[in-house]
Design a protein around this ligand. Structure first.
Ligand SMILES: [Zn+2]
Length: 148
């Protein structure tokens, strides 16, 4: 499992982790994640709680309780259906969003997510792209409701 680089300047948490035994290290990490001081990327990297992208693979941090907005829940249902029906369900889902079959909000989100993923070099990580599109639609829908 990759190790996260120490924060600059060293935080109290980093000092604790550096002084801990292997067993203590795992416990401290778990507590730090629970307390929101760190978040664990699916790639294995442990990131500072304030970072919105993984420092290792650059995928977006996605909240565990998303999606909650009806638009995003509908997209997640479509994605889940495609994943059950097809081996390449995530890729089909991303493709459907990019060609606006999932609606314009999803098409806009897909364009943005795909550009970012291309920039960071994970443009073929379909399941990550699908999650990011759904999270993007969720964020956009919530922002629209708050401001409108
Ligand atoms: Zn990562």
């Amino acid at each position: 499992m990759p190790e996260s680089p120490p924060a600059e300047p060293k935080s109290e948490l980093d000092t604790l982790l550096a002084a801990a035994t292997d067993h203590e290290n795992l416990v401290i990490r778990d507590v730090a994640i629970r307390a929101g001081l760190r978040w664990h990327c699916p790639c294995g990297w442990l990131n500072p709680g304030t970072d919105q992208r993984c420092g290792e693979c650059h995928v977006r941090r996605i909240s565990a309780d998303e999606p909650r907005h009806p638009d995003a829940i509908k997209l997640a249902a479509v994605r889940d259906y495609l994943n059950r029906a097809h081996r390449d369900g995530d890729a089909r889902f991303v493709d459907a969003c990019r060609t606006s079959l999932c609606g314009m909000a999803a098409a806009d989100a897909a364009d943005e997510v795909f550009l970012s993923a291309t920039h960071y070099g994970y443009a073929r990580a379909w399941s990550v792209l699908a999650d990011e599109i759904i999270a993007d639609v969720e964020t956009t829908a919530n922002t629209r409701e708050v401001s409108g």
